[in-house]
Design a binder for this molecule. Structure first.
Ligand SMILES: O=C(O)CCC(=O)C(=O)O
Length: 249
C-alpha cells in the first residue's frame, strides 16, 4: 500500500495494517530475542514489568519496557521503516519513541484483554500518539487478534473504570455503539505491522487455539503531545490502591 493510502486509512479508521514490513529472517531474530529475554531477563524483573497468566503453566502474559534491558529492542523501535511510517502518521518527524511491550497470548492459555483506549493509561494531551504492533506469530480471530472499533478514535477519551484484569487495569465503562463503530479483527501474519491511534477503542479475545499469538507493541508520541502529570499521579495512586486490595498472585 502507498504511504498516502496508509495515512488516509489510519485517519479514517483509527488503525491500519502494513503487510510484510519485516522479513521472515527479521522475525526469526525477533523471536530469538524474545525467547532469550523470557529465559534470562524475565526472572530478574520487578512485578510491574511482567505479568503471567493465572493458569497452572503461568506463561508470560505481558512484559513492559523491554528496551531498558536489551538494546536490540531499542534498535528495532528505531528501525527506519517504522520511523518513516510513524513520521507520516503523526505528521511529525520530531516524534518521541516511548516504550516497547510484549503481549503474548500463549497457546490455549492467553486471556482476554478488556476493551480500552491506550490513553486511559498514558495521558497524552493532545492525544497525538499511537501504538505500533509487530506480529511475531500469525494472529487470527480464534487466537486473540487485536480487535479495533472503526472510527472510535474520533470519539475522544471515553470513561474508564477498573477492570480487575492484571496488566490491563482499566476498561471502558461502555464500549461505543457497534453499529456506528464496527469491530475489525486485525488478523496478521508474522512481519505484518498494525498501527492504532491512542484513542482507538480496542480489545482482544482469549486464545482458544494451540497456536501462540505473540506481538510486540511500541509507542510513539508527537512532539506536540505532553504528559498530563496530574492524571498520571492520580492513576498511579488508583493502581496502588487496587494492588493493595487485590495483590498479584
Ligand atoms: O494483547 C492484546 O491483544 C492487546 C494489546 C494492546 O492493548 C495494545 O497493543 O495496545
Amino acid at each position: 500500500m502507498q504511504t498516502k493510502r496508509i495515512v488516509e486509512q489510519y485517519h479514517e479508521d483509527g488503525f491500519v495494517i502494513v503487510r510484510q514490513l519485516f522479513s521472515a529472517d527479521e522475525i526469526a531474530t525477533l523471536d530469538q530475542h524474545l525467547r532469550d529475554f523470557i529465559s534470562d531477563v524475565v526472572p530478574t524483573l520487578d512485578s510491574g514489568d511482567v505479568y503471567f497468566e493465572d493458569t497452572p503453566n503461568r506463561p508470560v502474559k505481558s512484559i513492559f519496557r523491554l528496551e531498558e534491558h536489551d538494546p536490540y529492542f531499542q534498535q528495532l523501535a528505531d528501525d527506519r521503516r517504522i520511523r518513516d511510517l510513524v513520521t507520516a502518521l503523526l505528521g511529525d518527524a520530531d516524534f518521541t519513541r516511548l516504550s516497547t511491550g510484549f503481549f503474548g497470548k500463549a497457546a490455549g492459555d492467553g486471556s482476554v484483554v478488556p476493551c480500552h483506549q491506550d490513553n486511559a493509561f498514558q495521558f497524552w494531551v493532545p492525544p497525538e500518539a499511537l501504538g505500533v504492533t509487530i506480529a511475531v506469530d500469525a494472529s487470527t480471530v480464534d487466537n486473540g487478534a487485536l480487535i479495533c472499533q472503526q472510527g472510535s478514535h474520533r470519539l475522544g477519551m471515553l470513561p474508564h473504570q477498573p477492570s480487575g484484569v492484571m496488566g490491563f487495569s482499566m476498561q471502558l465503562v461502555e464500549p461505543p455503539d457497534l453499529a456506528a463503530h464496527p469491530e475489525v479483527a486485525l488478523c496478521m501474519n508474522p512481519g505484518d505491522v498494525a498501527v492504532h491511534h491512542i484513542t482507538t477503542v480496542h480489545r482482544s479475545d482469549a486464545n482458544r487455539t494451540d497456536r501462540a499469538r505473540r506481538q510486540l507493541a511500541i509507542g510513539y508520541r508527537s512532539s506536540r503531545a505532553q504528559g498530563d502529570e496530574a492524571a498520571r499521579t492520580a492513576h498511579r495512586a488508583l493502581l496502588a490502591e487496587l494492588h493493595a486490595r487485590n495483590p498479584p498472585p
